[in-house]
Design a protein around this ligand. Sequence first.
Ligand code: SAM
Length: 335
Amino acid sequence: MSVATNLLRLPPLPSTKDLIRLYKLRALRQLSQNFLLDERITDKIVRAAGLIHDHIVCEVGPGPGSITRSIIRKAPKKLIVVEKDPRFLPTLELLQEACSNHLELDIQIGDIREYNFESGFAETPKQCWHDHPPPLNLIGNLPFNVSTNLIIRWLKSVSERKSAWAFGRTKMTLTFQKEVAERMVATVTHKQRCRLSVMCQLWCDVKHKFTIPGRAFLPKPDVDVGVVTLTPLSNPLVKLPFDLVERVIRHVFNMRQKASRRGGACLFPPELREELGLKLFRIADTDYRARPFEITTEEFARLCYSYASLCNEYPEIQDYDFRAPKKKVFVAGEE
Ligand code: SAM
């Protein structure tokens, strides 16, 4: 079946633009709301998710519902929308009513970070991780601060095969500030390569599908927007606890323009730094003189295993933090 086909026709409805006017849904700056009203763009986002017919789709932050309409037209089995702002309930209920003969539209007013995917997706059988991705999709155009924070949480759940990933390799299609999208896919030596690139690529196949110009949104944000898909790898490059991996990558990237050994050595207390800083790279068979952005994702995986083996050998290093209180982990627009 072609992904370009619309499988379901909605009955005549007021346009999203008219509904925004009718219900006086002014975009709230504190929730970083920017609406997409062009159907060609919302259709393109949904096409980027691939086949969703008969899938259970969770849309995060539907707002007045323009991407929601594009999803409905693809006739998923069930659509769950999770929206923090209750002002959008009437417009979402209108869509719920309009598609009620064809699919279940489950409206959840709340924060996506608290949504329980295990119950939302419960009717889907759990698949083996190595199978094809399950018939589940996460799609969303969220505020940038939320989507960057969310992707780190979700990568952790991917690594633990929990939440939406208890069912298998659930695919994500999300929007990010264009620069963040570029960082997520940046390969070794690329100028945008950073710890977010490595974290994403250790666990997922990441694609920057296309860019939406800022002028397509209402109100217009200061930046352009990248649409990114993430499909969990059937063989993740690393199978270690997420926090350990995050710790190693954060330290190595700490001094971006310096030899990686400089940042990596800070994983260890001063008295062991010289010795273990070198040993970390030696065990990983990785050049300690390379700058962090010159280290491949596979080498980063080996550095994580090397650090894990050093933690076994020297248990006292496990809780060492050269920068207490700890630096905040991942802030939107950082690096
Ligand atoms: N999807 C709509 C569109 O493309 O026109 C709205 C996009 S707007 C950038 C982001 C939406 O996410 C808003 O409706 C906002 O209220 C909602 N939102 C923000 N933070 C959220 C959160 N933590 N959980 C769920 N929804 C959230």
